[in-house]
Design a protein. Structure first.
Lengths: 335, 76
């Protein structure tokens, strides 16, 4: 039994933040400069009170409708976000009920960031290939805009909010599906990308809310990124990860039809592409209109690549993600 | 590797720099065009041209073009 990606859908909140909006807010920036630095023209931004699970819920409903999915067949739900509804109960339990999934459905939260999708896919593969589940719904949904300080032009330039839903199902065929994985972790880089004051260690307190009063209190915490360190981290770990993924799947670079990386920043992606000597038409970049959507970025890119005819039946697609943690992981999916 | 070709590579990669404007003793902080983006371009350039990885703290220690050249050369 092999785990196979059946379908993906995504949902973007209606609010937007364009490069021209950013230039109005930060007069030192130009639209051309923002695009050159990020490869992004526009981002979608959630509105007050609309959280990650809401975007994820809408993405799942779209997935069911666009692909005629019988939701009663889903026997496991994995919800991935860095913005859970509550510390308890698991947001996945709330989503099981909201989505009308069966009560014999397993449901877990997998709170993760940039590598969230590839991690969820590895868990889905494990569940399916060990015959614990046969139809796993992965919802990856993030609202980074809620943890970015309004004065932080650099982070506002990069991140956008989105929800994505992916159905992974058991297939008898042996020549398709999710391949072997490469994982990596280096917690020594934790402080270089972190949402401060967002949990039980150093929680937000009265002093914090007061200090950030003009920014609405920064009630979910505040994302801080050392972009130089994150950039060098990616240059350091991604090429060996790609080599490891290929080796574990007994493939050569030329066997891969399309490379889809976590859509971190188009400038970084193009540097990685050149470093890895991957041809431009085999390297999918999909962030111009959505920005870096954290755990939703790979399924959004997968959905767009399929729509654009870049992925056809039998194609091998290498998925790789890297970021907050530090964490990295990837695999090859045969469609 | 020599400093002339090192400077030439940097001027080639960073379009805001006028060719010939960068000298070995030029301090990066004195360049009016200098931004955080240029730091990333520089890291990417050194990585691809010389196969040397420099990080944020390395760059903080390199005030001038010559400092950076010497660092890259020592790891090349």
């Amino acid at each position: 039994m092999k785990a196979s990606i059946h379908s993906t859908s995504y949902y973007l909140p209606p609010g937007t933040l364009s490069n021209s909006d950013l230039c109005e807010l930060f007069p030192q920036l130009t639209e051309k400069d923002i695009y050159k630095r990020t490869g992004i023209n526009n981002r979608h931004i959630t509105s007050t009170g609309v959280v990650g699970s809401d975007l994820g819920f809408n993405a799942a409903i779209k997935l069911f409708e666009e692909n005629n999915i019988d939701r009663s067949q889903i026997d496991y739900l994995i919800f991935c976000t860095e913005g859970l509804d509550y510390k308890g109960p698991a947001t996945a339990c709330i989503l099981q009920h909201r989505l009308g999934l069966n009560q014999n459905c397993g449901a877990i939260d997998l709170p993760f960031g940039c590598t969230g999708f590839t991690y969820c896919l590895s868990v889905a593969k494990g569940l399916i290939e060990s015959e614990q589940a046969s139809s796993v719904l992965i919802i990856t949904s993030d609202i980074p805009s809620t943890v970015i300080h309004p004065d932080d032009s650099e982070l506002r330039m990069i991140f956008g909010d989105a929800g994505a839903a992916t159905l992974v199902v058991a297939k008898e065929a042996s020549d398709i599906g999710v391949g072997r994985y490469s994982f990596g972790t280096d917690g020594s880089g934790a402080e270089n990308l972190m949402v401060e004051r967002s949990g039980t260690r150093n929680p937000a307190n009265a002093e914090w809310f007061q200090k950030n009063e003009a920014a609405g209190g920064m009630v979910y915490g505040q994302m801080k990124m050392n972009s130089v360190e994150i950039f060098t981290f990616a240059l350091r770990v991604v090429p060996p990860m790609i080599a490891d993924i290929l080796e574990k799947n007994m493939l050569n670079k030329n066997d891969i039809d399309l490379f889809i990386f976590h859509q971190a920043n188009a400038f970084l992606l193009s540097v990685l592409r050149r470093k890895l000597k991957i041809e431009e038409d085999k390297f999918f970049i999909c962030m111009e209109n959505v920005g870096n959507t954290v755990s939703a970025s790979i399924p959004i890119a997968l959905n767009e690549a399929i729509k654009k005819g870049k992925i056809k039946s039998g194609n091998k697609v290498l998925l790789a993600s890297f970021g907050i943690g530090y964490s990295w992981s990837g695999t090859v999916v045969t469609f | 590797m020599d400093i002339t070709s090192f400077i030439h590579s940097i001027e080639n990669e960073i379009e805001e720099l006028t060719p010939g404007s960068l000298k070995p003793d030029t301090e990066f902080s004195s360049l009016k065009e200098w931004s955080s983006m240029h730091v990333l371009i520089l890291i990417a350039l050194i990585d691809s041209e010389y196969n040397v990885t420099v990080n944020g703290s390395d760059l903080q220690q390199c005030k001038s073009v010559n400092d950076l050249f010497n660092l890259v050369k020592s790891r090349h």
